[in-house]
Design a protein around this ligand. Structure first.
Ligand code: 13P
Length: 247
């Protein structure tokens, strides 16, 4: 296995309330695993609440943020504000941001650059849609999304790449360990060729899309799968099993 620290993020999406969050936090606080970088991404209105209750060993991530520090951008939040709350990570480019809210590769790249400049760790999501996979475009789509980010940033040390095939998100259809490994390997090879071998060897490439307590162990055995970004199961007790998938 590689020396890359296993990374597990829970993307709560637009779910939960204080009572539900209390239950999740209690579970995480009593099941720590310090060999894993564990991150929770609550809805933005609960970021501070979550940060105040969660053990310091677990990081808090936002699900999105904008590309500038402040100004007339109604409804949005900035990396500077996130840092002010003790938030250390941000998910950017999630497929729901791309496909529900129409965010472009370029906007996502600008957001990544600004978040990194402000010292946040960026969980940069990429992934192909079902019709793109069926048309044999999987690698091309993922490379296009990554290329946009590459053009905007120079330091990859605080980037985690989340490969989340759109057809596997919230559908119960997980990419098989071999399907996920194939893409992760392609992405790492791309990083080696286009960025550097050093970055390719050290960057975490995590998988997201219907990860569960039942499938996490087989996925975690693959050499280029360095962790998970978990949606639905991150709200449930099985999230602890997913954190411990490599143990
Ligand atoms: P599910 O785990 O619910 O498929 O969601 C994956 C995801 O989108 C994580 O960001």
């Amino acid at each position: 296995m590689s020396s890359r620290k296993f990374f597990v993020g829970g993307n709560w999406k637009m779910n939960g309330n204080k009572a539900a969050i209390d239950t999740i936090i209690e579970r995480l606080n009593s099941n720590k695993n310090e060999s894993v970088e564990t991150v929770c991404a609550p809805p933005q209105c609960y970021l501070e609440y979550t940060r105040s209750k969660l053990d310091a060993a677990v990081f808090v991530s936002a699900q999105n943020c904008y590309k500038v520090e402040k100004g007339a951008f109604t409804g949005d939040i900035s990396p500077a504000m996130l840092k002010d709350l003790g938030v250390t990570h941000v998910i950017l480019g999630h497929s729901e941001r791309r496909h529900v809210f129409g965010e472009t590769d370029e906007l996502i790249a600008e957001k990544c650059a600004h978040a990194l400049e402000n010292g946040l760790t960026v969980i940069a999501c990429i992934g192909e849609k079902l019709e793109e996979r069926e048309a044999g475009q999987t690698e091309a789509v993922n490379v296009r999304q990554l290329t946009a980010i590459k053009k905007a940033i120079s330091d990859w040390s605080k980037v985690v790449i989340a490969y989340e095939p759109v057809w596997a998100i919230g559908t119960g259809k997980t990419a098989s360990p071999d399907q996920a490994q194939e893409v992760h390997q392609q992405l790492r090879a791309w990083m080696a060729a286009e960025v550097s071998k050093e970055v390719a060897d050290s960057i975490r490439i995590i998988y997201g899309g219907s990860v569960s307590g039942g499938n996490c162990k087989d996925l975690a055995k693959k050499p280029d799968i360095d962790g998970f970004l978990v949606g639905g199961a991150s709200l449930k007790p099985e999230f602890v099993e997913i954190i411990n998938a490599r143990n």
